[in-house]
Ligand binder design. Structure first.
Ligand code: TPP
Length: 545
């Protein structure tokens, strides 16, 4: 055994070998030895934030956007339990995130006292994380730790879901062997071949095939073969809401994003009238499909998701998406809908720089103009009308909790993205969501991040106002957020008119080195058309009108 290697060092090396590029964290006494080792070795850069939800969302977005895995390191109890919502979001939306939690050591566990941060039993935390992670291990034995870490990290990568590692504080520096990297499990090639035959036969027989792409392609690193398949089949491509931005710029016939009756009618018609809908890596969620209101015929769908392929009334289990793609590429199937030019797509642009008040669509126009002038920037959105407005921004990469729909994602996710890639994000966030995690912007100065942050300030929980216009409980008042930017180390400006917005965007795009916050004051009742249609459809579905 390499005597220089202790358990934390072995774990850090294993994280790196499985695709981690940094650690986001917030220390506490139970995880201090891990932090000290991480800082001393410098194996992975360590970024601390102010509150564990921010830590979790930043680690999520680093993996979501940058690939590999995200790492969130926190203390036991009060720290780890603050991570529950971000980890649940990562589970629901299939993000490979490693939670490393400190924990009491063996002597403390046996001491007979209730320990600080303990809930009911010392294993209450492990029990809770079992529900929201796909694998877990407690590293309380140096002999078994390398094997356990290898298993847990392999599942994190393979299933693209969060995992949980608990590190008792007395174990952090015990000598430990290196962690192996496990090979992918075998799959049945004959089963994949049979599945490919059936899928290709169905596609060949179709007159109006459409390819729908979803987030698993990004999570599993399969965008390139999926784009090759789209080009080979010459088939119109639609993204789901969650998959917005997939295959952008890869020379495929992209129609747009499917949002049923709430979105582009051309895209809705193509999907709903298709006689073969090949869905690759699409999660069958309500935000992706409830908007269809039953207009998608299940008999026409060929659905590859979660390692299974669903056709008609049968399922091929254990078909890895990568193997299916390879089989389809090698099948000889090509040119299914040659010459079927996708209708020209147009994103709203040309913001009128006049004295009129700003509506959400103006923000989309202004951002599209900015991207056209200053080049591509990734878009990160929180939940709220900013998310629906983001769907009007050109097919840039969009990072958002589009299905789990948690608030508080936008700002820390933008920071995680910039930490991982160095790219400067545009962050869209409502005033309500900003009040949850926006303060993490205060870390930009220390870490050298300079996102552009656009706050949709309607002085309330606007999306909820759409459902309950007469309720008083959705009012938040005016917090003057832009005025707080300077104290946080950035620049803030409040805008009310389209001319002011245009000028602020131009200034933000050309000012580097400090975060740039534009607080857009929206008039009461201003909302995006997409949100209005989405709410109307949801009300109909839920019998609310
Ligand atoms: N708490 C969390 C963590 N996530 C949620 N999605 C909700 C509560 C419920 N919720 C959904 S949208 C919303 C709330 C409270 C209001 C969002 O307000 P804001 O961020 O200001 O955006 P707006 O709706 O005004 O565009």
């Amino acid at each position: 055994m390499d005597t220089n290697t202790n358990l934390t060092r072995a774990l850090l090396a294993a994280l790196q070998a499985h695709g981690a590029r940094e650690i986001f964290g917030l220390p506490g006494d139970f995880i201090l030895p891990f932090f000290i080792e991480a800082e001393e070795t410098g194996t992975l850069p360590l970024y601390t934030l102010s509150h564990e939800p921010g830590v979790g969302f930043a680690a999520d977005s680093a993996a979501r956007y940058g690939g590999g895995i995200g790492v969130a390191a926190v203390t036991y109890g009060a720290g780890a339990l603050n991570l529950v919502n971000p980890v649940a979001a990562a589970y629901a939306e299939k993000v490979p995130l490693v939670v490393i939690s400190g924990a009491p050591g063996a002597r403390e566990r046996a001491g007979g006292l209730l320990l600080h941060h303990q809930v009911r039993s010392l294993d209450s935390q492990l029990t809770m994380f079992r529900e929201i992670t796909c694998d877990q291990a407690v590293l309380d034995d140096a002999a078994t730790a390398p094997g356990l870490i290898a298993r847990v990290l392999a599942r994190c990568v393979r299933e693209s879901r969060p995992v949980y590692l608990e590190l008792p504080r007395d174990m952090a520096r015990v000598p430990c062997a290196p962690v192996p990297v496990l090979a992918d499990p075998m799959y049945d090639r004959a089963a994949v071949a049979a599945c490919v035959r059936e899928v290709t036969a169905r596609l060949r027989a179709a007159a109006r095939p459409v390819l729908v792409v979803g987030i698993e392609l990004r999570r599993l690193g399969l965008e390139e073969p999926a784009a090759r398949l789209a080009r080979q089949l010459d088939i119109p491509v639609v993204t789901t809401v969650m998959g917005r931005g997939l295959l952008a710029g890869r020379n495929v016939p992209l129609l747009g994003t499917y949002l049923g009756g709430a979105g582009d009618p051309l895209v809705a018609d193509a999907v709903e009238e298709a006689d073969a809908l090949l869905m690759l890596g699409v999660l069958p969620t309500d935000t992706n499909f409830a908007v269809a209101d039953g207009r998608i015929d299940a008999a026409h769908t060929l659905m590859a998701t979660e390692g299974q392929v669903y056709l008609d009334h049968h399922v091929y289990p254990a078909i890895p998406l990568g193997a299916l793609l390879e089989g389809l590429l090698d099948s000889g199937l090509r040119a299914l809908a040659p010459g079927a030019e996708p209708p020209g797509r147009h994103c709203p642009c040309d913001l009128h720089a006049d004295g009129a008040p700003v509506w959400p669509l103006d923000i989309a126009r202004g951002i599209n103009d900015m991207l056209a002038t200053h080049g591509r920037m990734p878009i990160v959105s929180d939940m709220g009308d900013c998310f629906f407005t983001a769907l009007d921004i050109e097919d840039a990469d969009l990072l958002a909790p589009g299905y789990y729909a948690t608030m508080g994602y936008g700002v820390p996710a933008g920071l995680g993205l910039q930490a991982r890639t160095g790219e400067r994000p545009v962050i869209l966030v409502g005033d309500g969501a900003f009040q949850m995690t926006g303060w993490e912007l205060g870390h930009c100065r220390r870490h050298g991040w300079d996102p552009i942050v656009i706050v949709f300030n309607n002085a309330g929980w606007g999306m909820l106002r759409s459902f309950e216009p007469d309720a008083c409980f959705n009012e938040l008042g005016d917090w003057h957020l832009a005025a707080m930017a300077a104290g946080l180390g950035g620049d803030g400006v409040r805008v009310r008119t389209r001319a002011e917005l245009a000028q602020a965007l131009q200034h933000a795009a050309t000012t580097r080195g400090r975060f740039q916050m534009i607080e857009v004051m929206l008039p009461l009742g201003a909302q995006s058309d997409t949100l209005a249609r989405f709410v109307a459809a949801a009300r109909r579905r839920n019998g609310m009108c």
